[in-house]
Design a binder for this molecule. Sequence first.
Ligand SMILES: [Zn+2]
Ligand SMILES: [Zn+2]
Length: 790
Amino acid sequence: MESSSAATVSAGPSPGPTPADLLRRLRARGAADPVTHVERVPARPGVPAPWPSWAPPELRAAFARRGVVAPWQHQAQAATLAYEGEHVVVATGTASGKSLAYQLPALATLLADPRATVLYLAPTKALAADQLRAVAALELEGVRPACYDGDTPRTEREWIRRHSRFVLTNPDMLHHGVLPGHAQWSGFLRRLAYVVIDECHTYRGVFGSHVAHVLRRLRRQCARFGSTPVFVLASATSGDPSTAAGRLTGLPVTAVTEDASPRGGVTFALWEPPLLPPDSGPSTPVPPQSTGDHDDLQQIRRSALRETADLLADTVAEGVRTLAFVRSRKGAEVVAANARRALDDAVPGLGDRVAAYRGGYLREERRELERALLHGDLLGLASTNALELGVDLVGLDAVLICGYPGTRASLWQQAGRAGRSGQEALAVLVARDDPLDTYLVHHPEAIFGAPVEATVLDPANPYVLAPQLACAAFEAPLTPADLALFGDGAKEAVDQLVAAGALRQRPTGWYWRHRERPEVDLRGEGGAPVCVVESSTGRLLGTVDGGSSHFLLHSGAVYLHQGVSYVVDDLDLVDGCALVHAEEPDWSTHARDVTDLSVVSVRSYVDAGPVGMFLGEVDVTSQVVSYQRRRIATGEVIDTRPLDLPARELRTVAVWFTLSPQSLTLAGVQPADVPGALHAAEHAAIGLLPLMATCDRWDIGGLSTAVHQDTEAPTVFVYDGHPGGAGFAERAYGTASAWLRATRDAIAECGCESGCPSCVQSPKCGNGNNPLSKPDAIRVLDVVLANLPE
Ligand SMILES: [Zn+2]
Ligand SMILES: [Zn+2]
């Protein structure tokens, strides 16, 4: 969410320790120093720019009334590019005021041309509502901003279509409502000057690929009505925003990335929980229901939750106002409870000053929480990201981040909660036992240097392209000229739709044959989505795409929905429905699958002597066979339980590398150790892919084998977990040497002896993490890196 104003609630002075002093005390606690890096991010004054000469005085005055005296340089730069007709993406930090960059040219145009219109797209209704408030507050004559989404009453819709000149909506509404009903929108589309796409980094993977085609359909309708709107996109900082925005819109897009907004100083520490002494770790008792391979994930490092709880207790004991971000609500409660206990042990009653933030608070309760924290009645709060949705907390002295939140944008958003005006704050990232976290705490440049993580999508995915072309044909017959707009593969997809009887070819183009609209869900992927239903009330909580449902909604799975924990009673694949009940057990569940894979075709490859690197289509058969229950507080494995789910078939895109057996022998990998070496490299490579492309572990899968029937060589495959691919494997192929270098470093830099969850073990492994060889995985990757061109 983007806010251009910095309405900081100032707090009374508190004579707390400086961030440097505080950090010194925190790290002096144990025997080994857990801090791997300290980055002092200095405070930065903003660089203002004059109002662009084209910005009309009444608009400047309206912004001035809202407290914007002058734009920051990046805002002025992006705004002027857009005003001059260039498509532009502004990719700068959290709260850097990206909204001014599009509001300025869009509103200036609306004031200059009383007929012009603007379409604003947000990924969520809440963000659109926020933006509506911001635009409405400017009180500009004749703009009449309005939200148009599923909640808009029918009675208001016609008024909005006719009279609003700044319509705020979301891609789903554009897809289901505006484009199929383009005749009713013709007046609006004919005069469309700007399309604003806010938080455009959220359009990634299969969903992003669908949205890319919805935007092409929008451009096609605009062209039919004679308009060519300018696209202005706002993105979190990411690697190569211009390419990502270009793929999303299909247009050349100029990136503005130099952030000129002011920022408070922060001391940022990277914290790696210490290895447990060999004899003092929590024992892993053999549980009665175990299938025998319960002990494959050995916990050898102190858990990030325990470490975060101790840090929270220590900072609160120092009188420092601290917010701890924890990924799950149960985890947040564990952190708060442990911190409270530690504080009460030291000073009875002190524990009362720590709380856990649960989602679903009423507005008044949130305000009360803010007040308690502001006045110091409450000093420590452990929360999930749900906080981002509801509570306005600024001016904290310290932020603890328990586990990398998945993207750099989220990391900085959380760290950005620290820091009162003019004062330095402390931020600590506590690594979880995960190869990506391990890598990050040993490679601060990945956090503090130029971003490499890119937003990826693949509009050429045939499973996305064909249904989108059907939607386009329903809206207006497709012409040969349209095919270029929809990009690579469009002709093949149209031919298939003709063969399937969905389209009819006539001399003038391709026509949709049916009366009804094609049913296409932008968010449904990998088969029909599965509904998540609360058994006792029949309430629909949400949907999970078919592909992920076996992993996330199997019987016994703990399913988190908006911070609330549910347990799945039954997954009914025939009805596409999972019945759940609210329950918060103190364990989490991790499904495991077994996979078979065959190569269909090779799209591209690099022949590097003994090493080959490939990108191509593959058929994957995978079956979720069991799940593991792990204690949330400690990560300790409770047991592994079998599941009876059918195998799933998937045609998708994979990246893979092969090595000659001789090169492995030369590198010192014994033939018997090849399977363990490849398997360990595969796990870590999957773990590190989110460094290059925004994805999570459900988006990708892997397979490794000492001899694969199609490659006839030792091979490691990493594939997109979505039918037709989503761009992740392609990004991995494009950044192969950087990706595998990071993978190698993460393994080598983990302090464990023979492999652990922080490097080569995977909670998702269908083979019980067996065999795995950590030292040989490094040798394998060294051979690949020595031969592969940069
Ligand atoms: Zn390790
Ligand atoms: Zn595995």
